[in-house]
Design a protein around this ligand. Structure first.
Ligand code: SF4
Length: 414
């Protein structure tokens, strides 16, 4: 899926006015004709930064941006111009539609053999705060949020040195048996690679067994930043970037969709972020298996990197916008409200994001790292935030099929 060019004849004039490049075009007329319910941008593109003019031309024509363009987008101070372009793409792809789902996070264990410096969640076995759910406990946890008519269980955890592969197969099979209509989005590429080592299976065999036990798709975590230099500092014990991409490729090849993430706002630089985005875009060209890209703001509290400052609102919003513009083959860009606060996530719906994640009952990983957002949000509140941004809330399932609810039933359009 590539971003289509706009279906209008470009009539912008390209003159710089008072130091700002002004573009007026009939984008509004052209798009309104094809999608009448759409609320379109009603002002001309303007920028203080002449380097953005050729990028704007490419965006309007639906042309792919290159590494130099992406670097310019990161380095310009004109966030409004970057946001304008990202929003035009977002509206071209999704109109006002803004997706969310009703999900529950299940983190079966925080015991982890790795010691990533980015992490406040993992614990060594037998240290204070370490926990591992018995299977029955995990099933009880799943059931305790069920009154919300959950459509997805998001299951991720630590790399436990003793839990056998069978535990994870039984966990998924047990959840599927108890909640057959709930989608299991389970295990990051890092967990899959670790489970394959523990089970002495190939990655493909591991994925196939997980799929057979009930896993429907994979989340996008563990990607962090692919560049080795950064990985050595923040997550030396994890699989490297190429292994993450290889695991995602195999998942897609056996029919499991996945998401992809990028952890930003720590020791990476602009080039590292661009490299990360372009590697994801290249794999997506190959497999088409990614659904959503989720930029994750780094939370330093309670990690060995807690001397680092938190991300700023400008960086959070720019990251969403640059992702939308560079990842032209990703259907969705998510502003994950748990990481960037509900307010920034809401604003980002006008800067390229079309998804706000979900109700996220009992999020643990980012709250251990100091996130001050609530651990969950009710569906009504998510809808209110989306409407207040002038967008149309659409409850979706994990595969972006619309969910319709009545007092007594939940229906997924297939
Ligand atoms: S980030 Fe994941 S792999 Fe690394 S220490 Fe934390 S739980 Fe373990």
């Amino acid at each position: 899926m590539r971003i289509p060019p706009t279906n209008f004849k470009l009539t912008h004039h390209h003159a710089f006015r008072n130091g700002r490049a002004g573009y007026s075009c009939d984008i509004i007329k052209g798009m309104s004709a094809s999608r009448p319910t759409h609320s379109f941008q009603t002002h001309a593109f303007q920028t203080d930064d002449p380097r953005l003019a050729p990028i704007h031309e490419k965006v309007l024509a639906g042309q792919r941006l290159d590494a130099a363009d992406a670097l310019t987008l990161y380095r310009t101070g004109d966030i409004l111009a970057v946001g304008w372009m990202a929003n035009s793409v977002r509206e071209r792809m999704h109109g006002d539609k803004t997706y969310f789902n009703v999900n529950r996070h299940i983190n079966p264990t925080n015991v982890c053999v790795a010691a990533c410096r980015l992490c406040a969640f993992g614990r060594k076995k037998d240290t204070p705060g370490a926990y591992t759910m018995a299977l029955d406990e995990a099933f009880e946890t799943a059931a305790s949020g069920y009154s919300e008519a959950v459509t997805e269980f998001h299951i991720v955890g630590g790399l436990h040195p003793d839990l056998p592969f069978q535990y994870f197969l039984d966990l998924c099979a047990g959840l599927k048996q108890r909640f057959p209509q709930v989608h299991l989005k389970a295990f990051t590429m890092v967990e899959v690679a670790y489970l394959s080592r523990r089970a002495k299976l190939s990655i493909r065999e591991t994925l196939e067994q997980l799929k057979a036990s009930g896993v429907d798709s994979l989340p996008g975590g563990g990607a962090e930043i692919f560049a080795d230099r950064v990985r050595h500092i923040i997550c030396d014990h994890k699989i490297d970037g190429d292994q993450w991409l290889d695991t995602a490729r195999l998942a897609h090849q056996i029919g499991l969709k996945s998401n992809a993430t990028m952890l930003y706002g720590h020791v990476e630089n602009d080039e590292d972020r661009v490299d990360h985005l372009l590697k994801l875009r290249a794999l997506q060209d190959e497999t088409g298996g990614f659904q959503t890209f989720i930029p994750l703001a780094f939370h330093p509290d309670n990690t060995p990197l807690q001397h680092l400052p938190k991300t700023t609102g400008m960086l959070d919003i720019k990251q969403i916008a640059v992702s939308r513009l560079v990842l032209d083959n990703f259907p969705h860009i998510k502003s994950y409200w748990q990481m960037m606060t509900a307010k920034i996530a809401q604003i980002s719906l006008r800067f390229g994001a079309d998804d706000m994640d979900g109700t996220v009952i009992e999020e643990k990983i980012y709250h251990d790292a100091g996130a001050t957002t609530p651990q969950g949000m009710r569906r009504e509140e998510l809808e209110r935030l989306i409407r207040a941004a002038g967008r149309e809330p659409i409850e979706r399932d994990t595969l972006y099929r619309p969910v319709t609810r009545t007092e007594t039933s939940v229906t997924v359009a297939v």
